[in-house]
Design a binder for this molecule. Structure first.
Ligand code: ADP
Length: 275
């Protein structure tokens, strides 16, 4: 019996290959840095807020764009209850908090309203947030992306000139699989990966011992395998969690804390990639 091979036709393959998009620079900022994670709940937003404050701490003008359309955390994590103003009815002025220019979809909707949006709406919201916000003379715009490899990431990577992405993960195997997918996506979309961050890397007990709750060294191994930098390891720490939940990020209220120092070190490494 003849064996038939099944494969994609050349026309279909052509349709699947990445197109050449014109990437627009976000006005009002020198560098756009995306903070991404393959999974939810790994500490991406906590990282993004503290990174922004760490970049501010080393004397840069910084903005945060909360592009996590489905679960915006910026209003709570930065204690912002007001709505952004629009002078001309077309553009939005960011809200300044702790010296950082902030914008979030969460400013425009009720805290408990679920964002049941389809792809095209997400795409148009991202366009508004990247083209209609009056960022003022920023060195760095930190973008808190939604988790995964969906519409927002694609819209961003294809249409916006993202200067670099930081990928956050916890070290357990199930999260690492998705990290590998994330790395491949950004490599394919030609977005430079600044490095990986291992969050919740270990927990220091009251006995002073370190416990590797989610396993050990997983993110570092992926970084080595994929020839990416490991920017830092952030342990599980109650002060970081309490600060984030109370709307006053740890780097803001206690820059001398050992965890804040890790964020500041990561901020310096990121700055060195550009300046
Ligand atoms: P994501 O944006 O990935 O969904 P969040 O930043 O919202 O995750 O973090 C989820 C929860 O974990 C928050 O309550 C946050 O305070 C907490 N958290 C994040 N990183 C740490 C850490 N290193 N130590 C302790 N708690 C953390």
């Amino acid at each position: 019996m003849d064996k038939k091979t099944v494969g994609l036709s050349d026309t279909f393959k052509g349709k699947m290959s990445p197109k050449n998009f014109t990437k627009n620079h976000i006005k009002g900022t020198k560098f756009t840095i995306a903070v991404s994670s393959a999974k939810g709940g790994v500490g991406k937003s906590t990282f993004a807020m503290n990174l922004a404050l760490a970049l501010k701490f080393i004397n840069h003008e910084v903005g945060i764009l909360d592009a996590d359309i489905y679960g915006p955390s910026l209003p709570k994590m930065m204690s912002i209850n007001e709505k952004p103003k629009s002078e001309d009815g077309k553009s939005l002025t960011p809200i300044k908090q702790y010296g950082i220019q902030c914008m979030s979809i969460g400013f425009l909707v009720d805290e408990e309203t679920p964002m049941i949006w389809r792809g095209p709406m997400v795409t148009s919201a991202i366009k508004t947030f990247t083209q209609k916000v009056l960022w003022n003379n920023l060195d760095f715009l930190v973008v808190d992306m939604p988790p995964g490899t969906g519409d927002t990431q694609l819209t961003f990577a294809q249409e916006i000139k993202v200067d670099g992405v930081v990928i956050i993960s916890t070290p357990q195997e199930i999260a690492l699989l998705d990290v590998k997918r994330g790395i491949k996506m950004f490599d394919k979309l030609k977005v430079p990966i600044l490095g990986l961050v291992d969050n919740m890397s270990s927990f220091e007990g009251e006995d002073g011992k370190n416990y590797n709750i989610f396993g050990e060294g997983g993110v570092e191994r992926v970084a080595i395998d994929y020839k990416k930098k490991l920017l830092g390891k952030i342990p599980l720490n109650i002060d970081l969690r309490v600060a984030a939940d109370s709307g006053k990020p740890l780097v803001k209220i206690n820059p001398d804390h050992k965890i804040s120092k890790i964020f500041i070190e990561i901020a310096k490494k990121i700055k060195e990639s550009f300046l």
